[in-house]
Design a protein around this ligand. Sequence first.
Ligand code: LLP
Length: 382
Amino acid sequence: MQAFPIEKFRNLQTPFYFYDIELLRKTLQVVVLEAAKYDYHIHYAVKANKNPRILSIIREMGLGADCVSGGEIETVLNEGFSAEKVVFAGVGKTDWEINLGLEKDIFCFNVESIPELVVINHLACAKNTIARVALRINPEIDSHTHHYITTGIKDNKFGINLDQLDRVLDMLSTLSSIQLVGIHFHIGSQIMDLTPFRLLCSQVNELQQKFIQRGIFLKHINFGGGLGIDYENPDENPIPSFREYFNVFRTHFFVLNNQQIHFELGRSIVGQCGNLISKVLYVKEGSVKRFVILDAGFTELIRPAFYESYHVIENLSLEEATDVYDVVGPICESSDCFAKQRVLKKTYRGDIIAIRSAGAYGEVMASQYNCRQLPKSHFSDC
Ligand code: LLP
């Protein structure tokens, strides 16, 4: 079990995010080391966590950034990331966001449709510049993850469908302010079984042939993100196996001369270092259940309500006896529930609770529903 500074927690206003900076640094060291073996480029997926302290540590380790909005581009540039390492994805880029990307001369736009290509071409032409573009292709691969976070099947809104690729390539030759620099994929998130990544490699190998036949050399291949973390055993597996993950691409993807390989990792980098710390307001005896009511709700961590996702929940007290509880928040919605029928140490008002593995898609998805305040953040090293 992770050692939390419980005395310090008692003096802080809950709920808040607590980040284990040691673990973040270790995770970054591993990912950087493993990626360097094959000269892979990592763009951190900012959507997973945009906390300034977290971003600055990630930047110090030399990672680039994967952004999905003008706001994210501004955030990372203010944080000191270099524009040369910024990629910009998303199915719905607005004109101001595209203009921002052009003005800042970001590394490339990951483009998801023909109408988007036309608009980027038009805006780049107006600025008398050339937009570097990677085509996001929907590879039609099921990543077997939660249906809300699978992105690479025909049914999803993401990417250019395979049967439209020829049309897009025909069209590209007519767009004079676009430079095609590569292709981009992202098949989903929280992927634990690496088989879909293997299938992705085979699919991209085949696709490369199509480009070769058309006389197009792709300098950059971006495989997106998606590597999962062990939500059930955060202490046994605090750092995902980046080695195995990269090895899939090294073994199954055939790199052509000088091609550069990119990844956009979010959850696997920041997921395990974050915890939501909350206080027990009440223990309520229902007629069929016992509820632990926390001062945190889905306004602080929406994943359980949104995806019914599992997070380890620990009562940090010294109590030895246990009991079974539904762990819920104070929000006026029945979905405001972190866990049902969970075994916890016997719980009392005032106990401090840690909800683990909340570093990715936690703080960043917090809302002010019910006029609540956004959670603060604290760090293990200060
Ligand atoms: N690249 C693209 C184009 C993406 O859409 C995403 C995540 C990533 C990279 C980073 O994926 P990661 O390495 O973090 O799996 N809120 C959900 C997850 C949504 C993921 C959205 N896209 C959750 O809490 O599980």
